[in-house]
Design a protein around this ligand. Structure first.
Ligand SMILES: Cc1cc2nc3c(=O)[nH]c(=O)nc-3n(C[C@H](O)[C@H](O)[C@H](O)COP(=O)(O)O)c2cc1C
Ligand SMILES: CCCCCCC(=O)C(=O)O
Length: 352
């Protein structure tokens, strides 16, 4: 194996190990993939002005989000069907995350039961939630997450259905045999895109948040916010956190880079709730750039799958340890002794 000194090294090694259809499912974006590229380009042109003589020897990377201690200001983004990448699926991901530990946002479309993931997790475990047309299905998923002891719900709001991803369409991508969304009442689905058209709630509105509040007491974040106006509406509707995301460029190719959207969202939210960002984080300096522009923490998607492909739980741990080490070095070199404290849980009441 080539030496794995950067997250890009993990990606290159993963591309050699995964089948071309699975690799393309992971890497692809919507349409001409402009937003996928934009996420990276924004980080590639971003800089952080170093401060000097700050007396920093050992930066403190820890933070506190929604009442839980995080060893690092990053978490694993929700990604579906880890058993496509490694036979132990999300169990291996959770084991890899447990070492540091790194918080893990488990996808509704996990290929391993939530309870089994929770059994090996070592840090905060949240559920990413898709809202289904049949609210009974949504309730079923929430119930299993609660039973597994998950600490928060992250509602994905940028996916009325999975978008047209040309790489998948060209390959007529199907889930490999035996890969199932085991936490759904009807776990057998073959084509993710087709299933999403049939099962996802097609016309979500802000009312969904009030309904979710009526069925669970878990803190509620929304994932997929781009516009500052929507961030303000989310706060007004009483969310506990916001994730600035364009779904890793997988939903709408004209969506701006998330890093470019972040400052306006942070400005509008004005500390009412934590603001997280994902899309294009590929190194510790990227994490620091996002923090510098006002994010309280970030989520990391594809690199975790690359680690999983390279070495199961050990590969995930390798990716997360590397990111933590790079972040610590970036903070040291930039003269940032600690992560700015995130807002405490939102005091904003839900609108009637
Ligand atoms: C293979 C794959 C599967 C994904 N599955 C989900 C999912 O089930 N739910 C969700 O909200 N987002 C999903 N996402 C989007 C990620 O949560 C995240 O927004 C994105 O990957 C971040 O960008 P990055 O991969 O550049 O870090 C998925 C992304 C990938 C690459
Ligand atoms: C109906 C299956 C949905 C899989 C969702 C995965 C996802 O969000 C993605 O971006 O891919």
């Amino acid at each position: 194996m080539t030496s794995l000194l950067t997250l890009h090294d993990y990606a290159a090694e993963a591309s050699r190990r995964l089948s071309p259809p699975v690799w393309d499912f992971i890497e692809g974006g919507q349409g001409d993939e402009r937003s996928l590229r934009a996420n990276r380009e924004a980080f590639e042109r971003a800089t952080v002005v170093p401060r000097v003589l700050t007396g920093t020897a050992e930066p403190e990377t820890g933070t506190r989000i929604l009442g839980a201690d995080w060893a690092v200001p990053f978490a694993i983004a929700p990604t579906a069907f880890h058993a496509m990448v490694h036979p132990d699926g999300e169990r291996a991901t959770a084991r890899g995350a447990a070492a540091l530990p790194v918080p893990y946002v488990v996808s509704t479309m996990a290929s391993v039961p939530f309870a089994d993931i929770a059994a090996v997790a070592g840090g905060p475990l949240w559920l990413q939630l898709y809202a289904f047309a049949d609210r009974g299905v949504t309730r079923h998923v929430i119930g299993q997450a609660e039973a597994a002891g998950m600490g928060a719900l992250m509602l994905t709001v940028d996916a009325p259905r999975l978008a047209r991803r040309l790489r998948d369409l060209r390959r007529d991508f199907r889930l490999p045999p035996g890969i199932r969304a085991v936490n759904l009442p009807d776990a057998d689905l073959v084509s993710p895109g087709e299933h999403s058209r049939r099962a996802f709630a097609p016309a979500l509105d802000w009312g969904e948040l009030a309904w979710l509040r009526s069925v669970t007491e878990l803190p509620l974040l929304v994932k997929g916010v781009a516009a500052a106006e929507d961030a303000a509406l989310a706060v007004a509707h009483g969310v506990d956190g916001i994730v600035v995301s364009n779904h890793g460029g997988r939903q709408f190719s004209a969506a701006p880079a998330t890093l470019d959207l972040l400052p306006a969202v942070v400005d509008r939210v004005a500390g009412a709730v934590p603001v997280l960002l994902d899309g294009g984080i590929r190194g510790g300096s990227d994490v620091l750039v996002a923090l510098d522009r006002g994010a309280d923490a970030v989520l990391v998607g594809r690199p975790v799958l690359h680690g999983l492909a390279v070495g199961g739980a050990g590969g995930v741990r390798g990716v997360l340890d590397l990111l933590a080490e790079e972040l610590s070095e970036a903070m040291l070199m930039a003269g940032r002794p600690r992560v700015r404290p995130a807002p405490a849980r939102s005091p904003v009441p839900s609108p009637a």
